[in-house]
Every structure is written in structure tokens, then in C-alpha cells.
Design a protein around this ligand. Structure first.
Ligand code: KG4
Ligand code: ZN
Length: 335
């Protein structure tokens, strides 16, 4: 059987990542340089700072993957790259590197949508089977995506305001947790209980949409009120209450979609897919759908990484989806 080896680049936000991926399902090498420390004192990602870091890091990451794998450019079948959505200056760094390699080594260039990348990270858990439903939860997106077949994405529901990861980061800040706060809030929540019963937005509405801004406000009001009356609240209970509200609405809308869309798989992907409470809850919910397999992206490929771009790039390569040297970054790219 023929081997397809793809060199993949990801630089849409605050991780510079390069990977070598075989047949879209095996990571031969990956090198990721995170710049989170540089953004923490600003409480979020500063676009100009992000672009500069990508420029400084990307060649080192590229050298790393060839060194670690022992492969050379002659072994490659194609170069895949994230071209959106994301920060335009950040995207352009990965795009320029990918184009340079493709041009110099006469390789096909495969444009990859970052969000498709998140979904195809699930290929590292199991081969995907369609039709499938994906719960895609990241720092910038919260969507239920129906995939009737491979490379066919239809958003059936999405957030009306904040993304779910964004809500984690904002309430984390109120708790004094550094950006990005999701992982620390998750750990804190494990030591607390849902004692505050924050609102579950749009729970009763007959759609697949989400809203997290009301929950965020309720959280902030609760903490500010306690400050004013000098009342000490349990951070663990606050975190657990917030997280339970998020998980309840994510699970509820996902289950509603599973009732109305007969699928073979439910895919959980995106940065927030690393949440331990969410993973456990979907494990429970899926028991009511014996015909549906739950495929969770592996923990190490939930957050931004180039391996997922290599997986999605492989699928796009098989569908002969190619770009040329005029390929541009698209900061608000949609499916
Ligand atoms: O997918 P991702 O790495 O970047 C985007 O494309 O946005 O997602 C990052 C988001 C951040 O908001 C981060 O706080 C959140 O994922 N996150 C988590 C967890 N780990 C990361 N949220 C909840 N629980 C976690 N364990
Ligand atoms: Zn992402």
C-alpha cells in the first residue's frame, strides 16, 4: 500500500506547530512552540506578539520534525497548512513557510480549515465513519457540525455570543487564573460541587444553539457581590458550578441533535474537548445511543497542533483539494 506523508503547518493563534503525518492517522514527528507565557500578562493573545513569535519559531520546528523522524523532503507527498480561521498575521507565517517548501520541492500545497483540523484530530483515536456529528468546542468556536460524508461540513447549531473556551478563560480570570484558564478551571472543578446553580441558557429552546454570555455575567455578579459584602466563596464550588452549567447545555443540545440526525459517530474535538467533566458526561450520554460510537480526539491533539492539520490535509489531498502560491490567509474562514 502506498504511503502518503504530509508535512503540516499550524500557526493560526498562539502555537507554532509543524508535524509529519503518515496516511492522516499516524504522527511521525511533531514540534510545537507555545507562546502562552508572552501573552499571559495581557490576559489574552496579542496578535502582533503572536506573529513575531511564529516567525522566530517556525524554522526551528521544521528542523525538529525532520531531525526526529529521519525523513527528508524527498519522502513527502504534500504540504498542508492552516489558512483560516485565525489571526491574519499569525496565519501568514505558516502559509509563507508552507508555500516556500511546496515551491522549493515541487510539492502540492493543501489548504486546511483550522476547524476541520480540530474535527479530523479524532482520526488519531479511530477511523471516522459517516454520517457523523461533531461537537466542536474551542477558544473561538462552539458548534454542532453534521458531516453527512467525508469533507462535508454543515453547522447545525452554534454559539450566539461567547465561545465556550472563551467563557472558561473569562471566568478563570475572575478567579485569578492565568490565560488560558480552561485546564486549571477543570482541575479546580473536580474539587468542588455545583452549589450555585448558574443559568443554563437556551436549554429549553428547540434548536442546537448555545449562549454563554449570561452564564459569564451571572458568575461575575456572584463573585462581585460576595466581594462587596466581604463574603468568602469557594473557588472550587464556583468552578464546579460554572463547568456543570456549560456541560449541561453542551450535552443537552448534543443529545437533541443525536435524536434528530441518525449518525454512526459522535466526534468530540477542539481545545475544550480536553475537559474531563465533558468527556465523562458524553461517555454517559452515548449509552442511550447504542448505534453511535463516541470518538473523542486524543487529549494531546485537542488543543491547537499541526498533527490535526496533517490528518485533515490527508483527507483533502485524497479529494485533490489543492491551492497554489496565490493562496491567502482567510481570518474568518467558514466551513
Ligand atoms: O482549540 P484551542 O486550542 O484553540 C482555539 O482554536 O481556540 O482551544 C483553546 C481553548 C482555551 O479557551 C482553553 O481555555 C480551552 O480551550 N481549554 C479547556 C481545557 N483545556 C483547554 N477548557 C476546558 N477544560 C479544559 N480541560
Ligand atoms: Zn483551535
Amino acid at each position: 500500500e502506498e504511503e502518503t506523508i504530509i508535512l503540516a503547518f499550524e500557526s493560526s493563534c498562539d502555537e507554532t506547530s509543524v508535524a509529519l503525518v503518515k496516511n492522516g492517522a499516524e504522527v511521525l514527528a511533531q514540534s510545537t512552540a507555545t507562546q502562552i507565557k508572552s501573552h499571559q500578562r495581557f490576559g489574552g493573545v496579542v496578535p502582533e506578539v503572536a506573529s513575531r513569535h511564529h516567525i522566530e519559531q517556525i524554522i526551528g520546528c521544521l528542523d525538529d520534525v525532520f531531525q526526529a523522524s529521519g525523513l527528508s523532503y524527498a519522502d513527502l507527498s504534500a504540504v498542508a497548512v492552516t489558512y483560516g480561521p485565525g489571526l491574519v498575521g499569525a496565519l501568514l507565517v505558516g502559509l509563507s513557510a508552507a508555500k516556500a517548501v511546496a515551491f522549493a520541492h515541487n510539492l502540492p500545497l493543501v489548504p486546511v480549515n483550522h476547524m476541520a483540523g480540530h474535527i479530523y484530530a479524532a482520526r488519531y483515536t479511530a477511523p471516522l465513519q459517516f454520517p457523523a456529528l461533531a461537537l466542536l468546542v474551542s477558544g473561538g468556536h462552539t458548534e454542532l457540525v453534521y458531516l453527512e460524508k467525508e469533507n462535508d461540513f454543515k453547522i447545525i447549531g452554534e454559539t450566539r455570543d461567547d465561545a465556550c473556551g472563551e467563557a472558561f478563560d473569562k471566568i478563570g480570570r475572575v478567579l485569578g487564573i492565568n490565560y488560558p484558564a480552561g485546564k486549571a478551571v477543570d482541575e479546580l472543578a473536580r474539587r468542588g460541587k455545583d452549589t450555585f446553580h448558574f443559568p443554563r441558557a437556551m436549554e429549553k429552546e428547540d434548536n442546537y444553539d448555545f449562549s454563554f454570555s449570561g452564564l459569564k455575567s451571572a458568575f461575575i455578579n456572584t463573585v462581585h457581590h460576595a466581594d462587596q459584602v466581604h463574603e468568602e466563596l469557594s473557588s472550587a464550588d464556583l468552578a464546579a458550578s460554572f463547568q456543570q452549567s456549560v456541560i449541561d447545555v453542551l450535552a443537552q443540545k448534543t443529545v437533541r441533535a443525536l435524536h434528530n440526525y441518525p449518525v454512526n459517530q459522535l466526534i468530540l474535538a477542539g481545545g475544550v474537548a480536553a475537559n474531563s467533566g465533558l468527556r465523562a458526561r458524553l461517555n454517559e450520554e452515548i449509552a442511550a445511543f447504542p448505534q453511535v460510537d463516541l470518538v473523542k480526539a486524543p487529549l494531546q491533539y485537542c488543543g491547537d497542533n499541526a498533527a490535526m492539520i496533517g490528518a485533515a490535509g490527508y483527507v483533502a489531498f485524497k479529494h485533490a483539494t489543492f491551492g497554489d502560491l496565490s493562496l491567502n490567509a482567510d481570518p474568518s474562514l467558514e466551513f
